[in-house]
Write a protein that binds this ligand. Sequence first.
Ligand code: PNS
Length: 160
Amino acid sequence: MRTAIYPGSFDPITYGHVDIIKRSLAIADRVIVGVLGNSAKRPLFTASERVEQVRLAVRGLRRVEVESFDGLLVDFLRRKHGSMVIRGLRAVSDFEYEFQLALTNRRLERTAETVFLMPAERYTFLSSSVVKEIARLRGSVRGLVPPHVASALKGKHRLA
Ligand code: PNS
C-alpha cells in the first residue's frame, strides 16, 4: 500500500492542485491531502474552511483523503505511514524553494522522498495567490477554481 502525502496551504485549492491530486493517483494507492493549519502566511481562509473546500473539490475521487496538519511535514508523513511527498512543479522558478524543502525534509527524515509532478500546461500560470489577487480586484476566477471556492472568495470580499 503506497500512501502519498500531498501537503500545502491550499489557500484556496485551485484546479492546478486538483490536477496534481489526480496525477498522483497514478503512482500511489492512497493520497492524503495535508492542509497546513498553522501557516505563517496568514491565510485568507481558516484551516477548517480550507479542508472543507479541498474535500468538496476531490469529492468523487476514491482513494483521496483530506486532513489538516500542524507541525512538521515529516511528522505527519510518519504518522500517516506515507512513503512519498508529492509536490507540483509549474516552472523553473518553483524549483529552488522546492529543492530546499525536499532536502530539508530528507535531512529531518532520511526516508522522506519527494516526487514532483507537473500539472497540465494550462495550469502552469495558476497559483492560489493569483486567484486571490483576481478575486480581491473583483475579477472572474471561473475555470481556475471549483465553483464553491469561487463563491467563497466572493463571500470573503463582499464581507471585506
Ligand atoms: O502550498 P505551500 O504553502 O507552498 O506549502 C508549503 C508546505 C505546507 C508544504 C510547507 O510549508 C510545509 O511542509 N510546512 C510544514 C512545516 C515543515 O515541515 N516545514 C519544512 C521544514 S522547515
